[in-house]
Design a protein around this ligand. Structure first.
Ligand SMILES: [Ca+2]
Ligand SMILES: [Ca+2]
Length: 324
């Protein structure tokens, strides 16, 4: 994890350890040069509406749709009750967003898939090192230990340590695009405003690759204290192969929408209801193998943001595609 050290300290001074490494990176990023602004690809119609009632939502146990042969799942359109009144300040107010049906990758993009784009000379290679503006030497050293580039045994793991432009280039290569933030939330939460992709049951090591005891101990060895996502130990100190946690599927069959790697979206980071935006900052979703904030960090409405130029070892992406 990139952060730790100075980043962790920075986040703590904000009065919260929310998304500490990412928030810290954002703070540090503000000291560096601003990256190119993102284009505005979100095609959502925004309508303010009262918060939906979510208390009746229960954990889902029904079989989830299987990915198609092209590795994507279909996500229904309609009104998304975006955000959460139970989450962080940037998840409020809950507001309605109209979205069109679309397809989204069932899994995060793997190293193997990304390398095919590199071999085709459409993508630049993923980095073996983390980077963000103002990064410290210790951030660089600890964060780079979990970049997957150049590790043969991780070809089925998500590509990480790629910036936003690299993610966009890959999706273009695949005939796709990054999902907008509303689309990502729809794909993770379905139509019932559930807390997590699988329902409302708390995270566990059978549902996602989060920060279990293996992660807590790793950071303890590095001199840092992090809060576990769940009790017990999972098998993955860093990323895991994509699509491993079938029980954690979203209502549409999308996997790892919670945990493994945070995911780039197409959207600039804006306060709801999309009135005030931070130019050059991109909205991230899903939480990752590293979360300082425990279970809350992998909620489907949780958000974070970083400079578009960041390359993080707990940050990857998946692609989406419009229908028709
Ligand atoms: Ca783990
Ligand atoms: Ca993920």
């Amino acid at each position: 994890m990139h952060a730790l050290g100075s980043i962790y300290t920075s986040a703590m001074t904000m009065g919260s350890i929310r998304n500490a490494w990412l928030a810290g990176a954002m703070l540090l990023g503000a000291c560096g040069g601003a990256p190119p602004p993102p284009d505005q690809t979100a095609a959502a119609t925004i309508v303010i509406a009262p918060a939906p009632v979510t208390s009746e939502v229960v954990a889902m146990g029904a079989p989830e749709p299987a990915p198609r042969r092209d590795g994507m799942v279909r996500v229904e359109g309609g009104i998304l009750h975006m955000g959460s009144d139970d989450g962080d300040f940037d998840e409020r107010p809950v507001h309605d967003v109209a979205i069109e049906p679309f397809d989204i990758d069932a899994t995060e993009v793997t190293m193997r898939a990304y390398d095919a784009c590199v071999r085709a000379a459409h993508c630049t290679a993923a980095s073996q090192e983390v980077w963000w503006p103002g990064m410290s030497d210790s951030d660089h050293e600890t964060g780079s230990r979990n970049c997957n580039q150049g590790r043969q045994a991780r070809s089925d793991h998500p590509v990480n340590c790629v910036d936003w432009e690299q993610a966009r280039a890959y999706c273009q290569f695949a005939g796709k695009r990054l999902p907008t933030e509303p689309e990502w939330e729809r794909a993770a939460r379905g139509t019932d405003s559930r807390t997590y992709p699988w329902g409302n049951a708390p995270p566990s090591r059978s549902l996602l690759n989060g920060c279990g005891l293996e992660c807590v101990e790793m950071f303890r060895d590095w001199g840092f204290t992090v809060k576990a996502t769940y009790e017990g130990r999972d098998s993955w100190e860093g990323t895991s192969p994509v699509g491993l946690f079938k029980q954690g599927a979203s209502p549409y069959g999308a996997l790892d929408m919670a945990g493994n790697v945070w995911e780039w979206t197409a959207s600039e980071y804006c306060q709801y209801p999309h009135t005030s935006c931070e130019r050059g900052k991109i909205a991230l979703r899903g939480g990752g193998w590293l979360n300082h904030e425990g279970a809350s960090g992998v909620r489907a409405a949780n958000r974070d943001s970083v400079w578009a130029t960041m390359k993080g070892s707990a940050l990857g992406f998946r692609c989406a595609r419009s229908i028709g």
